[in-house]
Design a protein around this ligand. Structure first.
Ligand SMILES: O=P(O)(O)OC[C@H]1O[C@](O)(CO)[C@@H](O)[C@@H]1O
Length: 395
């Protein structure tokens, strides 16, 4: 992958593919995807025709990359994105692309885009819903009173931290490494530019904040608390929340998931209920806008933002970008030297940005050389086991 942004040329790096046995992306394609199909069939009672399509998908992911059916509504777009890859082995094409296409084929197999009775049925809904019923989430909600009554900056910082680590709640990640949730998070962030974020969003800024969401459930709950704090403190006058237009990467948040989290907050009452009321009012009067651009479910990196979306984002005081996949799409899913400058790699992005990511895949950039030496020596799994995190800001 070569990303040359004119004013800020950056080194080239090879795109990550999945054909190295026992590598992280190899495990995702060869183990996680079949497991995911099994989980979907266990949790949703699909009829014989859909079961057969899921059987077929299992066969397909062991073979070569097929086109979408001729009548798929987005066939033309995928024909273009898939042109270099159709007929090749799944492991031999860019990991970013193959994962995304797998999720598209899974929705196809389950009839999500059909005109039949399974149209619009989220195959991941049981997993997302279950997460709203966990003791972890109940504990999060119980802590909200302290967060809301804390001094302004302390409350904002706590909400930012919750939103960052809420990204560990990603359900796809749990499937890869079920023990990961039990591992301790390393509070000493690999990079922490949060002071720069709070400079961009200083007291009384009344900024226009965009938040590109990642997972539903516990992570989206934390994101909504952060949004409430930004609006309530006047750091943001408006927030635009970017969700996925349809299910993706197991637990990515859609508008349906947003409404479910708001109902969960409402049901919890007390401070959580007050937050749900304020957010509902903000949606009602336009201070909190919800958008779901098709680009967010495409296999493309953010270097290929479509013009209409780039124009929307360009108006932002800061764009908060959540999660591992968005980070891969932001910097380029490539074998960067981890000390490569995050600022240089993201200089193309149309607005100031803050990336909140727990590390769950091989990509690493913006790491201080001394910290890198220490990480490689002491914690070999730091890039993928979800225990480490970064807050990277480019103003
Ligand atoms: O929900 P997140 O933080 O984007 O994580 C999804 C990530 O999980 C993975 O599927 C692997 O853990 C990555 O491929 C992907 O980047």
């Amino acid at each position: 992958m070569t990303i040359d942004e004119g004013q800020h040329p950056v080194p080239a790096a090879a795109a990550i593919v999945s054909n190295v046995p026992d590598s992280f992306p190899w495990g995702v394609l060869t183990r996680r995807h079949p497991e995911l199909i099994a989980t979907v069939r266990r949790l949703v009672p699909y009829p014989p025709a859909i079961q057969e399509s899921l059987d077929q998908l299992l066969v397909t992911i062991d073979g070569t990359i097929p086109p979408l059916p001729a009548d798929a509504h987005d066939r033309a777009a995928w024909q273009e994105w898939a042109a270099p890859y159709l007929g090749r082995g799944w492991l031999d094409v860019p990991f970013l692309w193959s994962e995304s296409y797998f999720y598209r084929l899974l929705l196809e197999a389950t009839g999500y885009f059909s005109s039949g009775p399974w149209a619009g049925i989220d195959p991941f809904a049981p997993q997302k819903t279950a997460e709203l019923d966990t003791p972890d989430l109940a504990r999060d909600l119980g802590d909200l009173d302290r967060l809301v009554t804390a001094p302004e900056q302390a409350g904002l910082s706590a909400a930012l931290t919750a939103s960052l680590w809420g990204n560990r709640a990603d359900l796809g990640f749990r499937m890869s490494d079920p023990s990961a949730q039990g591992k301790d998070q390393v509070d000493d962030l690999v990079a922490d530019d949060s002071a720069e974020l709070w400079r961009l969003l200083g007291a009384g800024t009344q900024g226009q904040v965009h938040l590109v969401a990642d997972n539903a459930g516990r992570e989206l709950t934390a994101d909504l608390v952060l949004i409430d704090r930004l609006l309530a403190t006047g750091r943001a006058a408006t927030v635009t929340l970017h969700l996925k237009p349809h299910p993706y990467y197991v637990s990515d948040a859609t508008t349906t998931d947003l409404l479910q989290v708001l109902r969960r907050l409402e049901a919890a009452g007390d401070t959580a209920g007050d937050i749900a009321d304020r957010l509902g009012a903000a949606i009602g009067d336009g201070r909190l806008q919800v958008r779901a651009h098709a680009f967010w479910c495409s296999p493309l990196s953010f270097h290929e933002l479509p013009a209409d979306l780039a124009t929307q984002l360009a108006e932002a005081t800061v764009v908060i970008i959540k999660g591992d996949l968005n980070y891969r799409r932001l910097v380029g899913d490539a074998h960067w030297d981890p000390t490569t400058s995050f600022q240089d790699l993201t200089s193309y992005f149309p607005a100031p940005l803050a990336a909140l990511r727990t590390l769950k895949s091989d990509v690493a950039v913006g790491v201080d050389p001394d910290r890198l030496t220490q990480l490689e020596a002491n914690t070999p799994g730091w890039r993928t086991d979800g225990t480490h995190a970064v807050i990277h800001v480019r103003s």
